[in-house]
Design a protein around this ligand. Structure first.
Ligand SMILES: NC(=O)c1ccc[n+]([C@@H]2O[C@H](COP(=O)([O-])OP(=O)(O)OC[C@H]3O[C@@H](n4cnc5c(N)ncnc54)[C@H](O)[C@@H]3O)[C@@H](O)[C@H]2O)c1
Length: 258
């Protein structure tokens, strides 16, 4: 139990900005060697330069993209000690959201995790050691007003992380799910005004999230909760789901008036 970042080989997707770049900086400061991947080539190159790491610009969700990323990391490091499946997208809308938006949310928020795990597990199981950190969201434990693709796929990401941990924890694989509520990144800036006004008062910085992650490497809780109050909402949802939905609907009506 516990994980020493000093000398660890870490891959971070969505490492060009927000939570991913904050984790890259924090992990590198603790002595980790980082490979950062992002669609935004300039941003990820800058983060790699700053952290002494390696940039992998491009898609880190498609089968080919994940394969290329992990091959680069293995070339650089030999082994990947920690894989952070952090890239995410949050298209707005309900069932009327475009097919392409639903497909992209599945691809980036869920299938990218599945594809990475498939490639990483053989060497991790051989070594009896490996770490998978899924950046999920409180939306994976609760819901997300204004974005059905996000709410649904983040539940999928959490379910996959749970499944991985259930299947492999006795074989040395540590899986953790990072589930923050609002974090001050471009994802929050680009959210609808209603959601922003609900989330912004308790939003934290990406650096605070990275700090919480590092603290959670000491005792490896499955859920990493930078907003600990989420647990109370999660309990309330489980105890009386209908009542919880009615409460969420109150919030929905509130943002509709904004
Ligand atoms: N900001 C929040 O309030 C919040 C809250 C909970 C969870 N999250 C989650 O945190 C993670 C990071 O988001 P963030 O808040 O830092 O937002 P962000 O938009 O700053 O960062 C996301 C990064 O992922 C990259 N990305 C998107 N699709 C990609 C792909 N296919 N391949 C490679 N890179 C890709 C983007 O270019 C971007 O740099 C996401 O999974 C998000 O869902 C964010």
């Amino acid at each position: 139990m516990g994980f020493d970042l000093d000398g660890a080989n870490v891959v971070i997707t969505g490492g060009g900005g927000g939570i991913g770049s904050a984790m890259a900086r924090r992990f590198a400061a603790a002595g980790a060697r980082v490979v950062v991947a992002d669609l935004d080539a300039d941003a990820v190159t800058a983060v790699a330069k700053e952290t002494g790491g390696v940039a992998v610009p491009g898609d880190a969700a498609s089968e080919a993209g994940v394969r290329r990323l992990i091959a680069t990391a293995v070339d650089e490091f030999g082994v990947v000690d920690l894989y952070c499946a952090n890239a995410g997208v949050a298209p707005e809308g309900g069932p009327e959201a475009a097919e392409a938006s639903w497909a992209q949310a599945w691809d980036v928020n869920v299938m990218a995790h599945v594809r990475a795990a498939e490639l990483l597990l053989p060497s991790w199981l051989e070594r009896c050691r490996g770490r998978f950190l899924a950046t999920v969201s409180s939306a994976g434990m609760l819901s997300m007003l204004g974005s059905a693709p996000y709410a649904v796929t983040k539940h999928g990401a959490l379910a996959f992380a749970e499944w991985l941990s259930i299947a492999y924890r006795h074989r040395g694989i540590t899986v953790q799910a990072l589930c923050p509520q609002g974090v001050r990144t471009s994802m929050l800036t680009e959210a609808g005004q209603g959601v922003r006004s609900l989330v912004e008062p308790t939003a934290i910085s990406p650096e605070q999230v990275a700090e919480t992650v590092v603290a959670a490497f000491a005792d490896d809780p499955f859920l990493i909760l930078p907003h600990p109050e989420i647990v109370d909402y999660y309990r309330a949802r489980a105890a009386d789901t209908g009542r919880w939905i009615a409460g969420m609907n109150q919030l929905q009506r509130k943002i509709e008036k904004m």
